[in-house]
Design a protein around this ligand. Structure first.
Ligand SMILES: Nc1ncnc2c1ncn2[C@@H]1O[C@H](COP(=O)(O)OP(=O)(O)OP(=O)(O)O)[C@@H](O)[C@H]1O
Ligand SMILES: [Mg+2]
Length: 407
């Protein structure tokens, strides 16, 4: 065997060994690549979103299990989709907008998010497309439930607004009714009131010599009450006009106010045996004129609905009630059934026969509105034949001298 032939054999052997090494390396690479691709597939299949890959021409080259399941709901199996353009199978997907969006993402090389509705099965999908060199990766999810909730919320909002509008219209109608009522009352009552006041004044001036001091006092009272009534009408008028009517809260001595009203009330029938118990030093932030109207109404009610008692007892004070500090006006009169207690604060609602106790049923509605304007509230406690107690809150309510004093 020549030297040349030995060299050739050696060379062949070396090349063989190199080929074998390369084959081993390739096998290792293939194994690694396969493992990586499996791992990647596991990851892609473990996400809750649908995921698919589109080639530059828009053909589906890969889709995960969630995507396959979603497309199946839309009527296409994986085999129908793989290797074919997505929109060839779903030409109606949002009227072609999906195709346009994907093309734009690829062309602009920009990530894009959009929604599309698949009408035949009423499926709402949200797509997130991420471009790369040879195509597009797309994540998408079924957002139908969220869309339905949004729609329901929108409809509820519309319904709510409609109801608010209806209520506002109702309220406005009631307000204008009250306004009209107050105007007519004011017009009808003003003339007789003026003449009551005028003739009382004339009596005082022209017949002063023939009147005894009691007579003069009564006439003064008539005049004072006629003037108060005119003020009350004005207060009602102002209250009924608009919610923007003037409102001037300031510290008010409620005890003094109640004492003054109690004295007027008592004077309306001095023969009645009545004991007023008025707590001293009760004050609050309130509009003095409006709160006086409210207290007049409450005390007049206490006086009126206890008129059949041999001895009337009316109390005013401050006490914690239902977890809040509240003013109260209590009487020992006819009382009422608590079943109807909410009704009382609505205009023209009365629980007693007018032949037994006269009245129009506007008083407590007025009180309620006045307290509402103060951001306060009123409630009552009573039982038939057991007297009644009306509670109300007010800002800055305080009772500095909690000793009760008989008036
Ligand atoms: N202190 C009370 N005791 C028993 N019932 C009361 C008392 N206060 C109010 N009510 C009941 O609530 C109803 C409504 O009271 P409200 O003051 O609005 O009307 P009114 O006193 O009958 O008439 P108006 O005040 O307009 O002259 C009364 O008719 C009466 O049935
Ligand atoms: Mg009343």
């Amino acid at each position: 065997m020549g030297a040349a032939s030995v060299r050739a054999d050696f060379e062949v052997e070396r090349l063989r060994s190199q080929v074998s090494t390369l084959e081993q390396l390739l096998a290792v690479h293939e194994k690694t690549a396969l493992e990586q691709s499996r791992r990647l597939e596991n990851i892609v299949n473990s996400i809750s979103d649908g995921f698919f890959v589109l080639s530059r021409e828009g053909r589906v080259t890969y889709l995960n299990q969630v995507a396959a399941a979603l497309f199946m709901r839309m009527g296409a199996g994986s085999s129908d989709l793989l290797g074919r353009p997505l929109w060839a199978k779903f030409p109606n997907l949002a009227g072609g907008a999906v195709e346009q969006n994907f093309s734009r993402a690829m062309h602009d090389r920009a990530q894009i998010t959009f929604e599309a509705r698949f009408e035949p099965v009423d499926l709402h999908l949200e797509f997130h497309a991420y471009p790369w060199e040879d195509g597009l990766s797309v994540l998408f999810q079924d957002v139908s439930a969220r869309k339905l909730n949004d729609l329901r919320r929108e409809q509820m909002q519309i319904e709510l607004e409609r109801q608010v509008q209806l209520r506002t219209a109702d309220l406005q109608a009631t307000l204008s009714e009250l306004e009209a009522f107050s105007y007519s009352v004011s017009h009808d009552l003003r003339a007789p009131l003026r003449s009551l006041d005028g003739f009382s004044q004339a009596l005082l001036e022209d017949y002063s010599d023939s009147l005894e001091s009691d007579g003069k006092l009564y006439l003064e009272r008539i005049r004072a009450n006629a003037q108060k009534m005119a003020q009350l009408i004005d207060a009602l008028l102002q209250l009924s006009r608009v919610t923007r009517a003037e409102f001037n809260p300031a510290p008010v001595d409620l005890s003094a106010l109640v004492r003054q009203i109690a004295s007027d009330v008592r004077a309306s029938d001095p023969r009645r045996d009545c004991e007023f118990t008025i707590e001293d030093g009760v004050s609050a932030e309130a509009d003095a004129r409006l709160i006086e109207v409210a207290l007049q109404n409450l005390l007049n009610n206490a006086w009126k609905f206890s008129s059949q008692r041999r001895q009337t007892r009316i109390q005013f004070g401050v006490a914690p009630h239902n977890g809040v500090l509240a003013c109260y006006i209590r009487d020992n009169g006819a009382g009422f059934d608590m079943k109807y207690s909410e009704k009382l604060f609505t205009a023209f609602q009365r629980l007693h026969d007018v032949r037994e106790f006269e009245g129009t049923g506007i008083g407590l509605a007025t009180v309620n509105r006045i307290l509402k304007r103060h951001g306060a509230r009123i409630w009552a406690e009573s039982a038939p034949g057991q007297g009644a107690c009306f509670y109300f809150t007010l800002n800055g309510l305080s009772a500095e001298a909690p000793k009760a004093k008989s008036a």
